[in-house]
Design a protein around this ligand. Sequence first.
Ligand code: SIN
Length: 559
Amino acid sequence: MLAGSVTDARLNDVAAMPFSRSVQCSIPVGVSKIETDVLVIGTGIAGLSAALAASEHGRVLVVCKGELHDSNTRYAQGGIAVPTQDPRDIEAHIEDTLRVACGLADLDIVKYVIQRAPAAVEKLITRGMAFDREGGMLARTREGGHSRSRVLHARGDATGLELGATLAKHVHGTPNIHVIQFCMAEDLMTCDGRCTGAMVWLNDSERAVIRARTTIIATGGTGGIFLHTTNPLGATADGTVMALRAGAVLASMEFMQFHPTALHVGIEPMPLVSEALRGEGARLVDAGGRRFMSDYHSDGELAPRDVVSRAIVTELRRARGDCVFLDVRHWPTDFMSGRFPNVYKTCRGNGIDPAHQLVPVRPAAHYMIGGVRVDRHGRSSLDGLFACGEASCTGMHGANRLASNSLLEALVLAEVCGQAAAQEAMSEANPAPRFPDHGERSPARSSNSGPNAIAAWRRRIREASWEYVGMIRSGTGISAMQALIEDATVALSTTHPCRSLIELRNIITAAAMIAFAAAMRTESRGVHYREDHPQSNDAQLKQIELCLVDGHLTGNWSS
Ligand code: SIN
């Protein structure tokens, strides 16, 4: 059934799960009050780009729950996929993006982003971003799913680090932008159907209400809900979940992308081993040294990411192994330390010498394709609320993201989003939201769960997400996940909010959304694979949209 709300009984069980609502209109007595034109939550490439764009029109307040530089962007290695100005190159990039997205990408968005990519990168270079060059030209490498070499990189495999530092320097030098670090957003504020800012924790004991004419969610990804991830463990879908609670529509939450090659040395989060290694000729082999990717795809090691990840899992199941290996022993001495200095350093730091030894790798949760459903300007379905970057769902990535398209999407669309949010904030038609006088309407909570219980539940949810809604799913597994979510919701329903509980609550809701959408999509497409429905079903060639109706999670197929 493709139209209207889901009526499947198992889904309705989940839909009945209570979701606490966002804070409405009034605020607790004694809470600090802060005012701004545009509030940006998150400081990756999306948050910082949006803040810089918005600051040309009004006052911008940026908040992040850790240090400013501690975002997912920082860990991006491979780079930014950017075509040259040549129209044939632009066309090829559009085609690759659409092919990898398995029929679900939004053609208009894909074209919009890729056609603007060369100019966006030029702007970044004028801001001081030092991409690697060869003979004076920008150096371009290849990654999985790309038909050409088009991935720009910086300091070898430190692209995200360089990018974050470049943008942060500008943010610090912009008087219109104020940054508050270690500020955890708990919930969005809404009034008369409009987002009016957020309730935040300035530290462990002090709360504040930030009143904003417009709010931008740029909180990044969801990897932290899975047992194995390349994301910082703070990637707990905070913004996505807050947007859901506030009344916004989310889309494509079943599409969680797993990176095929995270370093398997017992560290969490798992260090990324960039796809660019395979782009430069690294071979994927099993424990016996056999290259296996040609058994799965004609592009071998450079097949799209979902194909490589599932191939590795299949190999591991067959061999009952923990990991496969990257073999770079055929590279000239010093190539790895020069081209991939960070991966090399991490390997050496963990006792592996890639010049002489195989590098142990396995898949890990990497990128959430779904998020707050937005238009090209980053506008969500809730007035006053915008989103960009990984927390948003523009339709660019469809059912499977092309490697290194995420930084590109954020670079191009976060700027558009920042401008749109600021222009709306400054328009005469949008008066500043008032601080209400008194009274609390956020749900009162008492405490009955200590840190041990919170940590234990977090671990259980991460393990179950990995097992049941990870790379290979089934109806039975999804139901088991949903049962655990219900247990967790009951066990934690009366606890006192603190940072770790807020994150846990967000993890649980994110897991519920993934399970809900994964149950609805009874086919396999892109990164969503169901062993009980292994074929694609073009009757389901639509996005799944989620929202809360009377506090219950509800799903619809997009029209
Ligand atoms: C990588 O370097 O392999 C990550 C690039 C990406 O996630 O797009």
